[in-house]
Design a binder for this molecule. Structure first.
Ligand SMILES: C[S@@+](CC[C@H](N)C(=O)[O-])C[C@H]1O[C@@H](n2cnc3c(N)ncnc32)[C@H](O)[C@@H]1O
Length: 250
């Protein structure tokens, strides 16, 4: 929730009314404050580690759930010749940012949509990816069912989260989420696995990923509600991201 330069990514409204309205309010504000770019800096190292291992094939059509300003969507689309990616995000301002950063040489596009009701036909995508987004789902089971619906049988889903049960220090983020009206699902790998299986995914695999740049510069560290001190910041870095891999049943 904090980028590698120490800029705070956490914090938000305190008048949350919940549901998608709270998501839109929170992440529209983040986009307006330029935190979309901070997320790219903060998440870039771990996402590069994952994308390098995905083995994206030429021509694959990829879904990026919770695309923010679309930086990872574009990375996925560039990973193989002829590949294309669509990023979805509930926040119109994030999607506006994504469109403003669009390059005509990359097959990427963006849609304002909710995870729980994706505007795509059944079995459209060859794979799905998501970085630091799925735990915000208003209805996680519905989001996973939608994810399964739009994937082709045998297609992989690779979901990365920093807020997870094996990262105990990240648990405090839920307080910020609550004050912003956001439902943040704090799940460990076993529970993530059960949820994915219930939605029709198999071949579950998990990996922990550590940002190779370290916890950042202590001189630039600024405490906030999500990282109240440097020690917490270091614990969150050391626990790393949880990569959940599942394959839609044939
Ligand atoms: C922490 S940001 C991560 C953005 C991007 N993946 C990145 O790494 O820069 C989470 C994004 O997921 C989106 N999001 C969260 N829950 C959503 C939902 N239920 N439906 C659609 N988008 C959602 C938010 O609007 C936000 O832009």
């Amino acid at each position: 929730m904090t980028d590698m330069t120490g800029s705070r990514l956490c914090g938000g409204s305190t008048d949350g009314s919940g549901g998608h309205a709270a998501l839109v309010r929170t992440f529209d504000a983040w986009a307006a404050e330029g935190r979309d770019a901070s997320m790219e800096r903060g998440h870039g190292d771990v996402v590069a580690q994952v994308v390098a291992k995905l083995g994206i094939k030429p021509g694959e059509q990829i879904l990026d759930l919770g695309c923010g300003n679309g930086w990872a969507t574009r990375l996925l689309a560039k990973a193989a010749p002829g590949a294309g990616a669509i990023g979805v995000d509930a926040s119109p301002k994030m999607v506006e940012r994504a469109e403003s950063l669009h390059s005509y040489t990359i097959r990427a596009r963006y849609e304002v949509a909710h995870f729980e009701k994706l505007p795509f036909n059944d079995k459209k995508f060859d794979r799905a990816f998501s970085m630091e987004a799925l735990y915000y789902a208003v209805d996680l089971d519905a989001a996973l069912a939608e994810l399964a619906r739009v994937l082709k049988p045998g297609a992989p889903a690779d979901v990365v989260v920093d807020f997870h049960g094996e990262n105990e220090a990240s648990r405090v983020w839920a307080d910020w989420g609550k004050s912003s009206g956001l439902a943040m699902h704090f799940l460990g790998r076993d529970e993530w696995g059960r949820r994915f299986e219930r939605a029709g995914f198999g071949s579950l695999a998990f990996e922990r990923l550590i940002d190779s740049r370290g916890p950042g510069d202590p001189q630039k560290f600024r405490a906030d509600v999500c990282e109240p001190d440097w020690e917490t910041r270091c614990k969150i870095h050391a626990a790393g991201s949880l990569w959940i891999h599942g394959v839609k049943a044939q």
